[in-house]
Design a protein around this ligand. Structure first.
Ligand SMILES: *[C@@H]1O[C@H](CO)[C@@H](O)[C@H](O)[C@H]1NC(C)=O
Ligand SMILES: *[C@@H]1O[C@H](CO)[C@@H](O)[C@H](O)[C@H]1NC(C)=O
Ligand SMILES: *[C@@H]1O[C@H](CO)[C@@H](O)[C@H](O)[C@H]1NC(C)=O
Ligand SMILES: *[C@@H]1O[C@H](CO)[C@@H](O)[C@H](O)[C@H]1NC(C)=O
Ligand SMILES: *[C@@H]1O[C@H](CO)[C@@H](O)[C@H](O)[C@H]1NC(C)=O
Ligand SMILES: *[C@@H]1O[C@H](CO)[C@@H](O)[C@H](O)[C@H]1NC(C)=O
Ligand SMILES: *[C@@H]1O[C@H](CO)[C@@H](O)[C@H](O)[C@H]1NC(C)=O
Ligand SMILES: *[C@@H]1O[C@H](CO)[C@@H](O)[C@H](O)[C@H]1NC(C)=O
Length: 841
């Protein structure tokens, strides 16, 4: 029996409502609203609801079944250039009329009575009041009788209408003809009338009454709950003793709600002995907060318009009554000091602030920090992340923001080991729609123990890197990555990791795969090799380098040489297992992805020998075979392997230039023997060039006098014999070009200037002539060298020590035959001689 039109939100604008009838609009003033069945309510955020009785004065009523109401709405006010006009046409069908329908709206009460069923006196027969009857007079019972003509009553603000089947009477709750009556402890406003109808000489009357609860005395507030007590036996409206309450419903904003919806909203509706009790939590859905500002203080009240509908019958008269009360309830204004909740976790290094709780009509305009005022947008640009949050029940909200400690609005004060961060801020807030400003100031402090990050240091000895991590202040968790490997517990064990409350230490052996090699300077590869350990703790990085002085090449007195070729970090693609010595068939004895380890002897794998002053130099090279080298992206690299043997200290040990004969004659012997080859400066072998003289310059064809001497032997039974001598351009005895001077103890027959052997006779210096050999060559030039005679030539000799008691032919018996026999290969370190001469034209 009511219709509702929602408008809004209106913001700050005004709304005029006019009803349209016979093509003219009638502005609904408050007085007219009470008289004609209109009311208007402002809801959340300025939404406006217009309620109208179906039977309002301006409704086009078709047979009391279809009701059409046309409203003109005009929006105007500040900021609107032109008025905004809307027309709303609402048509409702309503046929389930009860005998009596009573509506209690906020400001008016309405009674709609069925004329046909009404009787004035239960003892008389029912007299239908048909269309011919006119209302002439109203009798109010206040409770004294007061009689008023219809026109007078209408002038006094009563709405009286006589529709095809019903009588409608409407009155302001404040009209003088109402009176107050307490029903079940609840004060009610009562309007009781008898309405006189006349038709020619016929007169009849109809009683019409309404009773509505007053707000005061029926509604009670606590801070959290609204309780509304409504009597269900409304005495002024009930005339018989046969009363039966059939239905009780509850709704809000004019709409009935089902029990599930009520439960969701935490509304409660109970019926006790005398009352229907409605309980609504303050803040529940369906209502809204209205905020107010007074002296910069924030107040709010909660508003809701619950509705209760009752249906009862009075058996005796077969009359049913629909009774509907809409009661706009506003809680008292309560001061709600805004709350600032400090959710800061200092370790996150930002203030986290919550400001609440406010009605949804409150807006945050700006925030004032020391020295600057920032709008919400400014704050968000600055990264303060100001957010507005609405509670799920939609009626209240709060704000949050975050201010990093590093922002300039945060003040810092440091004491020993403790920094205090302070934030002083004033929130500028506005209440809509009035734009009433208010502010709230908050001071926040956060203390943070200064954090010292862990530190890391390291050192090394000749075997290990030692790493020491000093913990920082607690809470600094970190992970350690050694090289490319996470420091797992199994690695930790391997690295002998130790931990006490303040430190962590471990040792990484040089053999660890995490250790890489690096060359600091390419000039002396062996000596400057550096082992490098890269360590990463999440807080810092340490790259520790230790020079590695351990010899990569080892030279054993027995002639065994070992060499370790190490892959450098810079040469990823190298596969150490592919490295070889000069002789490509000599690969590493073992290798992995970082090393190749070679074991070889001085007479194998292409090792060369050279004599220096009192020293022998054995040399080889480690490199990739040429075909692989070509495929590498980096420059070819060769690792030179050198062994110096001190001639004086070297133990003579069997050393085979050729496979050993199956029937050796002499026993292998060990002794400290040495042989030297010198160039005499005269043909009498009385003077010799000293070591410093080399290279010695000679003209072509000039004689060069060589003497070879076995030193340190007092055994007259041994003799020194020449086996082969040859000349090369290079110090490498195997190099080409090569010219043979002596072959198997005999001069090279092809030589145009053959070697001349000179006899050796005993003298002061020569005690055992058999320990000496002397020969002469004529200086020559290599064909390859004919254009450049300033180059050096090297003369190399293989010699043999023979047992004179048992000459076995070959060089030992000096037959200059091709037979090869004897004890060649003995005393290997001394078998190879070389010296160099310098050619000059
Ligand atoms: C509207 O017009 C009808 C007939 O045209 C008239 O009876 C009625 O009184 C008018 N209503 C108003 C409010 O002027
Ligand atoms: C509204 O929601 C807030 C937050 O969920 C809650 O604290 C408050 O009690 C709710 N109010 C009602 C009436 O449900
Ligand atoms: C900040 O907002 C408040 C409203 O709460 C207002 O009164 C004040 O003028 C604003 N300050 C500035 C600088 O805009
Ligand atoms: C922990 O170990 C470090 C380094 O070994 C040492 O300097 C320190 O004194 C030790 N601390 C304690 C409490 O043992
Ligand atoms: C030479 O000496 C080294 C070191 O003593 C030894 O490992 C190696 O086996 C020896 N080689 C020979 C052929 O005896
Ligand atoms: C070197 O590269 C060439 C062409 O990429 C390839 O054919 C050859 O097999 C490679 N050699 C080796 C030894 O990998
Ligand atoms: C080696 O011995 C010779 C002669 O015995 C001597 O003159 C020379 O100084 C020695 N060399 C070294 C390096 O000891
Ligand atoms: C001759 O050889 C020497 C030594 O190898 C070299 O320095 C020089 O440049 C050469 N001269 C010519 C013209 O080839």
């Amino acid at each position: 029996n009511m219709l509702r039109v929602d408008v809004g939100p209106l913001g700050g604008w005004h709304l005029d409502v006019a009803a349209v009838i016979n093509n003219s609009a009638v502005l609904i003033t408050p007085t007219l609203a009470c008289q004609c069945g209109f009311s208007m309510n402002t809801g959340q955020l300025g939404n406006t609801m217009i309620y109208a009785s179906l039977q309002n004065c301006f409704a086009q009523n078709v047979d009391d079944m279809t009701f059409t109401t046309i409203l003109n709405l005009r929006l105007y006010g500040s900021g609107k250039v032109e008025d905004e006009l809307h027309q709303v046409v609402k048509t409702c069908h309503y046929t389930l009329w009860a005998s009596r329908e009573i509506v209690c709206d906020g400001s008016y009460m309405e009674a709609s009575e069925c004329r046909a069923n009404s009787v004035t006196d239960p003892r008389r027969a029912k007299v239908p009041i048909d269309a011919g009857f006119r209302i002439t007079t109203l009798v109010f019972f206040t409770p004294e009788e007061r009689v008023m003509k219809v026109a007078e009553a209408q002038r006094s603000g009563y709405g009286i209408a006589n529709t095809p089947t019903r009588l409608v009477l409407r009155s302001s709750k404040a009209s003088p003809e109402t009176y107050s009556q307490t029903v079940a402890g609840v004060p009610m406003t009562v309007l009781k009338t008898s309405i006189i109808f006349e038709k020619k000489w016929l007169v009849t009357r109809l009683d019409a009454a309404a009773a509505c609860p007053a707000l005061e005395g029926s509604v009670f507030f606590t801070e959290n709950t609204i309780s509304w007590f409504l009597p269900w036996h409304i005495d002024p409206l009930i005339s018989s003793g046969h009363f039966q309450l059939l239905e009780v419903h509850m709704g809000v904003a004019g709409e009935r709600l089902d029990p599930a919806e009520m439960a969701a909203r935490q509304y409660s509706l109970t019926v006790n002995e005398m009352h229907v009790v409605v309980e609504i939590p303050v803040g529940a859905v369906g209502g809204h907060f209205k905020s107010r500002v007074q002296d910069n203080q924030y107040f709010s009240s909660y508003m809701i318009e619950p509705m209760v509908e009752l249906l009862w019958v009075e058996d005796a008269m077969q009359e049913d009554t629909k009774y509907k009360v809409l009661l706009p309830i506003t809680t008292p204004m309560w001061r709600q000091p805004p709350q600032v909740i400090d959710n800061t976790v200092p370790e996150e290094r930002r203030f986290k602030v919550l400001l609440g709780h406010f009605g949804s009509d409150v807006f945050l305009a700006n925030i004032t920090f020391p020295g600057e005022v920032m709008s919400v947008a400014d704050c968000n640009v600055r990264g303060f992340n100001v957010l507005e949050h609405v509670y799920p029940n939609g009626t209240s909200k709060f704000f949050t923001l975050e201010v990093p400690f590093t922002d300039r609005v945060v003040l810092q004060m440091s004491e020993v080991g403790l920094t205090t961060y302070s934030l002083h801020l004033t929130f500028g807030l506005l209440v809509l729609p009035e734009y009433a400003p208010f502010s709230h100031t908050a001071y926040l402090d956060a203390k943070l123990v200064d954090v010292a990050p862990p530190s890391i240091s390291g050192s090394c000895d000749h075997q290990n890197f030692y790493i020491l991590v000093k913990y920082g202040t607690p809470g600094f968790n970190f992970q350690t990555i050694v090289g490319k490997q996470m420091l797992t517990s199994s690695l930790a064990q391997q690295y002998n990791l130790m931990e006490n409350g303040t430190h962590l230490s471990f040792a990484v052996p040089f053999s660890s795969p995490s250790v890489v090699f690096e060359v600091r300077s390419a000039c002396n590869y062996d000596e400057r090799l550096t082992r490098k350990l890269h360590l990463l703790c999440v807080f810092s990085e340490l790259s520790l380098a230790c020079n590695y002085f351990t010899t990569l090449t080892e030279c054993f007195p027995n002639g065994t040489m070992t060499a370790l070729a190490v892959k450098l970090e810079a040469v990823h693609s190298l596969n150490p297992s592919q490295l070889t010595l000069r002789d490509p068939t000599c690969g590493p004895s073992y290798s992995d992805d970082r090393y190749a380890y070679f074991v070889f002897t001085g007479n194998s794998c292409g090792t060369t020998r050279r004599f220096l002053a009192n020293m022998m130099l054995y040399e080889n090279e480690i490199s990739l075979p040429d075909d692989l080298e070509m495929n590498l992206s980096h420059a070819p690299s060769r690792l030179k392997v050198s062994c110096y043997y001190d001639v004086n200290k070297t133990h003579a040990v069997a050393f085979h230039t050729r496979p050993r004969r199956s029937k050796p004659y002499a026993d292998n012997a060990k002794g400290e023997l040495q042989v030297k080859m010198r160039i005499a400066s005269d043909k009498f072998y009385s003077m010799f060039h000293s070591l410093e003289d080399y290279p010695i310059a000679k003209f072509l064809l000039q004689p060069v006098y060589f003497e070879v001497e076995l030193i340190g032997s007092t055994n007259p039974e041994v003799s020194l014999e020449m086996e082969n001598c040859w000349a090369t351009l290079d110090s490498d005895r195997m190099s080409l070009p090569r010219w043979n001077l002596i072959i198997n103890g005999c001069p090279n027959p092809l030589d145009p200037h053959q070697v001349i052997f000179h006899p050796v006779l005993a003298d002061d210096r020569v005690r055992y002539p058999s320990h000496f050999k002397r020969f002469e060559i004529q200086m020559f030039a290599f064909a390859e060298d004919k254009d450049n005679l300033s180059q050096q030539a090297f003369v190399h000799c293989d010699i043999v020590i023979c047992d004179t008691r048992n000459p076995q032919g070959g060089p030992c018996n000096r037959l200059c035959s091709n037979q090869e026999n004897g004890i060649k290969g003995m005393l290997s370190h001394f078998l190879v001689m070389e010296t160099n001469v310098f050619k000059q034209s």
